[in-house]
Design a protein around this ligand. Structure first.
Ligand code: 13P
Length: 249
């Protein structure tokens, strides 16, 4: 089955009104005909970025969402609010949220559920730490993280969920997983889903994230189970990000 590639830029907590504006201007020059391109600014810039991209095919993602629908949750942002800014995807379960903000598998699953109820597509990030990889727990960890979501929303919901495999040891370290390492895990995740639904497993897009650069992206994109990339640092540079989009096809 041919799955469309997604190249998503996670800008994390970077930028200013000015740098965001020039980054978007640079991105508007790119050819988006071969893959789906997504950018994920911080909350204060969602409106600005969404407006600037409204006439383009580039989609907007949010970096986080509340696990609650509305109410007295100071500092939180709801899924329905995000919808008002033409957000299509929302990152959930990013390792920075799991480790720095102690988000549990069950908490992440509850965000996924709320997003799906609002018609938004979660980008579910999963991945092992270096210690877990060294202890040969990579698949156990990834499966546990996916299973928590399956337990709450069911396997069919994965028709509307994108998975991003982001090994923690590769994030922001300059040490990308090799194309073969990524393929091995992506394929295992797909097989894990296939035990519950072959149809869903064939459809679900699994992105790789962790120190993706233009120079390493082609090899990753050649792998049959790598359906795109979730790019951090390199997505802050328009030229570099555009080169990754080009490599995707
Ligand atoms: P880097 O590309 O900076 O390693 O970040 C990856 C990431 O965390 C994307 O969500």
């Amino acid at each position: 089955m041919i799955r469309q590639k997604i190249v998503a830029g996670n800008w994390k907590m970077n930028g200013s009104k000015e740098t965001v504006s020039s980054l978007v201007e640079g991105l508007l020059k790119m050819d988006t005909s071969n893959s789906e391109v997504v950018v994920s600014p911080s909350f204060p810039y969602l409106s600005q970025v969404s407006d600037a991209l409204s006439a383009s095919a580039i989609q907007v993602a949010a970096q986080n969402v509340s696990d609650q629908a509305k109410g007295a949750f100071t500092g939180e942002v709801s899924a329905s609010m995000l919808k008002e800014f033409a957000v299509k995807y929302v990152l959930v379960g990013h390792s920075e949220r799991r480790s720095l903000y102690a988000e549990s598998d069950a908490f992440i699953a509850s965000k996924v559920k709320l997003l799906l109820e609002e018609g938004l597509s979660p980008m579910l990030c999963i991945g092992e730490t270096l210690a877990e990889r060294e202890a040969e727990q990579t698949l156990v960890v990834c499966q546990r993280q996916v299973q928590a979501v399956i337990d709450l929303v069911g396997i069919e919901a994965f028709e509307n969920i994108v998975i991003a495999y982001e090994p923690v040891w590769a994030i922001g370290t300059g040490l990308s997983a090799s194309a073969e390492q990524a393929q091995e895990v992506h394929s295992a995740i797909r097989q894990f889903l296939a035990e519950l639904s072959q149809t869903v497993a064939e459809k679900v897009q699994i992105l790789y994230g962790g120190s993706v650069k233009a120079s390493t992206s082609s090899a990753l994109f050649e792998m049959p189970d790598v359906d795109g990339a979730l790019v951090g640092g390199a997505s802050l540079d328009a030229e570099e990000f555009i080169a990754i989009v080009k490599a995707a096809g």
